[in-house]
Design a binder for this molecule. Structure first.
Ligand code: SIN
Length: 480
């Protein structure tokens, strides 16, 4: 497949309404075989600083564009993303590795944020607060200003649109630094934003050194808000770097999602739910099941059913329609999975399906291990790969205690048919999101985000727009 033949292919940066190149470039590789797909620019500091100044000028006009017009442009962009779904998905599969069918799903998911915020653009309502006869309290919602986003490689489209669409809807301008592994999806999306008709400087995609761009974004007083999806370690650094300029922050960081399968669960539903949350994107999502806690009475039956499904997963080239699990993003990712498997086995866990070691390249066989305990590495760290560790528990209190025994608090899942239990457990889980009898919780209409070291802020839903709005209080006094 020649990536350059795709009509949305682009390998230059989109800055202030211009496609720009640079002398220095960065290779973009296909994780399938590490072949070089193309190169993208490494922008220098002067260009990045100028992009910020241009975005500031653009924002002064954009915030005054009628909400109906902002909404219309977002809708145009949504339509184009859907029209080019196959091409965008092909680019994503080539640079990220995920199966084409999943990549298509991600484009639809990414576009759904654009559609959602094209509608929300018209609903940035303020308030009138009752006071007394001689005064009136008004609350205005105003665009935050110039925003910056740093996005990850695991969802090269959706993590961009769920930051960019609310920013544009709110009247902000935004500069995006996509992951160096997956800049081509970002640039293709920008190409469609250009066709949708957004004014120059409103949406920009900058490639280059993550550290340098991160420093410039965080240190600049022009940037009023930073939104980041990625590791907790990097999130902490960006937060510290942003402190001197007091930026608004949205941080969607690491997870360590527990799944609680209770005796009362519908077993088939629970098995399917675990398959969905564990193996989506080959286990490379922040909301992936990381620890699967199963109650003792159904422990063996659950594992038997799960084993059959895990063994049926097809690992292969993402462009092959039968593939369920594509290559992982790089060799480092494979080594992390293997480290977790070997640590668990060395401490007494038992291999049920899969392999303890993978050959060369970036292939990773889905692996299931039982009798895992809280002292093992996989209980503490996010594996970010197709490894499913099963823990046994006896009662609800124990399951909750084990689930909450982590610094992270992004997604969690519960499988039970007991109404009271799902309410009790949902209340008890110290997480930003709880899936009940489902492994799929992502939705543009829902507030996505975590607590504890999993971050701050929410993306999607009506709350996602507020992240790009400031409140201004206007007091009218001495009304006679
Ligand atoms: C993530 O892994 O960060 C996002 C997953 C999702 O939106 O479903």
């Amino acid at each position: 497949m020649d990536i350059t033949s795709l009509s949305v292919f682009e390998n230059r940066c989109w800055v202030n309404g211009q496609w720009i190149s640079a002398q220095e470039t960065l290779e973009v590789k296909n994780p399938l075989d590490n072949s070089i797909l193309t190169t993208v620019p490494v922008l220098d500091d002067v260009v990045i600083e100028q992009a910020l100044l241009d975005a500031e000028i653009a924002q002064k006009k954009w915030k005054n564009v009628a909400t109906g017009e902002r909404s219309r442009l977002l809708r145009n962009w949504f339509d184009l993303l859907i029209q080019h779904q196959d091409e965008l998905a092909t680019i994503m599969t080539l640079e990220q590795g995920k199966p084409f069918k999943e990549a298509k799903g991600e484009i639809a998911y990414a576009a759904s944020y654009v559609e959602w915020f094209s509608e929300e653009a018209k609903r940035a309502y303020g308030d009138i607060i009752p006071s007394n006869a001689t005064s009136e309290i008004l609350v205005f919602k105003e665009a935050v200003g110039v925003c910056a986003a740093i996005t990850p490689w695991n969802f090269p489209a959706a993590m961009i649109t769920r930051k960019v669409a609310p920013a544009l809807a709110a009247g902000c301008t935004i500069l995006v630094k996509p992951a160096s592994e997956t800049p081509l999806t970002a640039l293709a999306i920008a190409k469609l934003a250009e066709r949708a008709g957004f004014p120059a400087g409103v949406f920009n995609v900058l490639t280059g050194s993550s550290t340098r761009i991160g420093q410039i974004f965080t240190q600049s007083p022009i940037v009023k808000k930073l939104s980041f999806t990625g590791s907790t370690e990097t999130g902490v650094k960006l937060m510290a770097q942003s402190a001197p300029t007091i930026k608004k922050l949205s941080l969607e960081l690491g997870g360590n999602a527990p799944v609680l399968v209770f005796n009362s669960a519908n077993l088939d539903q629970a098995v399917q739910g675990v398959m969905d949350t564990k193996f989506r994107n080959a286990g490379q999502t922040c909301v992936c099941a990381n620890r699967i806690y199963v109650q003792s009475e159904i422990y063996d039956a659950f594992i038997e059913k799960l084993k059959v499904k895990v063994e049926a997963l097809k690992v292969g080239n993402g462009l092959d329609p039968d593939t369920d699990i594509g290559p992982l993003i790089n060799r480092k990712a494979i080594l992390k999975v293997e480290e977790h498997i070997q640590d668990a086995l060395s401490k007494g866990a038992i291999l049920v399906a899969g392999k303890t070691q993978n050959s060369d390249a970036n292939w990773c066989v889905p692996t299931l291990v039982k009798d895992v305990t809280q002292d093992m590495l996989c209980a503490k760290e996010e594996t970010f790969g197709p490894f499913a560790p099963i823990f046994k528990f006896e009662n609800e209190a124990q399951a909750l205690a084990m689930s909450n025994d982590t610094e992270f608090g992004l997604a969690s899942y519960v499988f039970t048919q007991d109404m009271n239990q799902f309410i009790r457990v949902s209340r008890g889980l110290e997480y930003g999101m709880v899936g009940v009898n489902t492994g799929l919780i992502s939705n543009a209409a829902a507030p996505f985000g975590g607590v504890k070291s999993s971050g701050i802020g929410r993306e999607g839903s009506k709350y996602g727009l507020d992240e790009y709005l400031e409140i201004k209080y206007v007091c009218i006094g001495n009304i006679s």
